[in-house]
Structure formats: structure tokens, C-alpha cells
Design a protein around this ligand. Structure first.
Ligand SMILES: C[S@@+](CC[C@H](N)C(=O)[O-])C[C@H]1O[C@@H](n2cnc3c(N)ncnc32)[C@H](O)[C@@H]1O
Length: 230
């Protein structure tokens, strides 16, 4: 599929704004994402693996979180940080994040990351389930933005989706990556970008951009890792 479709990045923002109040159902395996107890056990075991890896990466100091969403990861970052700058294009998800995390060390920025430049540098940059929404033709520019945001000796940690049909809603038609259709609980549909990266190919692509990346995968659902400029 072609991910150069005009308006797709605005539609992606509109999707997450409209989905804000039901977003956590995906992460918590509820409603249309409930695929039974065994599936949930595997999912949450793998979430725990990623959370432990994030802990080992030792986020601290001034942290930048890109596409912060409803705070599922912001809460972990806020517990370790001097300060978290949490950026997202959706005021609706920021409001949920704020009420979940309730931390004086977090400040929020409502911005479109494809039109945003970091105003400062940070000790740690995190993005969860965001890289898969960056079109391939924006990939290099996105990582340039990330590099600009880093202080010397800073580190990047990210987590994202592996290509796993079981991770999507039960009524979600499975599509290969590129531009895909996503449905809300009320049946509204939106087109978004979804690129499933695989660890070796992603590490190789990052190496060509001057990054040293340690990228892993959990057995079914997640790709995660750290990256530092070489
Ligand atoms: C899959 S969610 C991930 C949220 C959160 N990081 C997490 O892991 O739970 C993607 C997030 O990207 C945000 N987003 C979509 N397009 C964006 C854009 N152009 N600029 C900034 N944020 C955007 C959405 O509002 C949404 O919160």
C-alpha cells in the first residue's frame, strides 16, 4: 500500500482524538480486544518484559516523551524523572494522561510531531507505539528530530507493535502494513499509517543513519529497544 496519501497524517490525528476514551481498551485487552484469558496472560507477560527493559534503560533526568497518549508509559517515566515533557497532537488524550499521571514533574505540549521541533535537549527520549505511525518517507526526518533532542550520553527507548493479527480488535480486518483502516467502537472508520518494523531491518536502517541500536522482540506482540547516536 502507498502511505503517501494526502491528508493521511491529519486523519491519523483525527482517529486518535476520536479514540481517546476507548484507547486503553486495546492495551488492557478489553471489549473488542478481549481474546480470552490465555491471550491476556501472554499479552501482559510481554508488557512486563518491555516494562522491565525500560526500567533497565534507567530513564531519568529530563525526559522527552513523543506521542505520549493516555499516560500508560508516562506514569513509568514520571516516577523516575526530574521532568517529563510529554508531547501529543490530541488534547483529548493529553487530558486523560494528565488525570491518570497527576504528576507535578510532567508538562504537556499539544503539537503535531511532523511540524514540531524540540525546543530543548533531554537526557532520555521515549516513544511508545509511535514509530509504526511514522510513514517510511518521514522515517529519516523523524530520527533527525530525535537526535536533535538528545544531550550527550542521552538514550532513546521505544516500544512498538510486531505484526500480530491477534493484537488488533476481534472485528478488525487484518491488513498488511502501509495505510490501514481502523474502526472505533461506534463503527466510524479512519485510515492511518501502520508500519510493522522487524528488529534486524530496523537496526540496520538506524545504523545507516548513525545510530547504534539494540532492538529486541517479545515472542508475539512487541518490538522494543534502545538507540544511541554513534
Ligand atoms: C498508538 S498511540 C500511542 C500512545 C502512547 N505512546 C502509548 O503507547 O500508549 C499514538 C499516539 O500518537 C498521537 N499522534 C498521532 N498523530 C500525531 C502527530 N502527528 N503528532 C503528535 N502525536 C500524534 C495520538 O494522539 C496517540 O496518542
Amino acid at each position: 500500500m502507498d502511505d503517501k496519501e494526502p491528508g493521511i497524517l491529519d486523519e491519523q490525528i483525527a482517529y486518535y482524538r476520536a479514540r481517546a476514551s476507548e484507547y486503553d481498551e486495546w492495551f488492557l485487552r478489553q471489549g473488542r480486544y478481549d481474546r480470552g484469558a490465555e491471550h491476556s496472560r501472554r499479552w501482559f507477560d510481554e508488557v512486563a518484559t518491555v516494562e522491565a527493559a525500560l526500567g533497565e534503560a534507567a530513564p531519568s533526568g529530563d525526559i522527552l516523551e513523543l506521542a505520549c497518549g493516555t499516560g500508560l508509559w508516562t506514569r513509568h517515566l514520571a516516577a523516575q524523572a526530574t521532568h517529563v515533557t510529554a508531547v501529543d497532537a490530541s488534547a483529548e488524550v493529553i487530558a486523560i494522561n494528565r488525570s491518570r499521571v497527576r504528576s507535578p514533574v510532567v508538562s504537556y505540549v499539544e503539537a503535531d510531531l511532523f511540524r514540531w521541533t524540540p525546543p530543548a535537549t533531554y537526557d532520555f527520549v521515549f516513544f511508545g507505539f509511535w514509530l509504526s505511525h511514522v510513514p517510511l518517507e518521514q522515517f529519516d526526518a523523524f530520527w533527525t528530530l530525535v537526535k536533535r533532542a538528545l544531550r550527550p550520553s542521552a538514550k532513546v527507548f521505544f516500544v512498538d507493535s510486531l505484526a500480530a493479527q491477534e493484537a488488533t480488535a476481534r472485528d478488525q480486518h487484518w491488513e498488511t502494513d502501509g495505510i490501514v483502516e481502523r474502526r472505533l467502537n461506534d463503527g466510524q472508520t479512519f485510515r492511518i499509517v501502520k508500519i510493522f518494523h522487524e528488529p534486524p531491518q530496523l537496526a540496520a536502517r538506524l545504523a545507516t543513519l548513525g545510530w547504534a541500536a539494540d532492538i529486541r522482540a517479545t515472542p508475539h506482540f512487541f518490538i522494543y529497544g534502545t538507540a544511541v547516536p554513534r
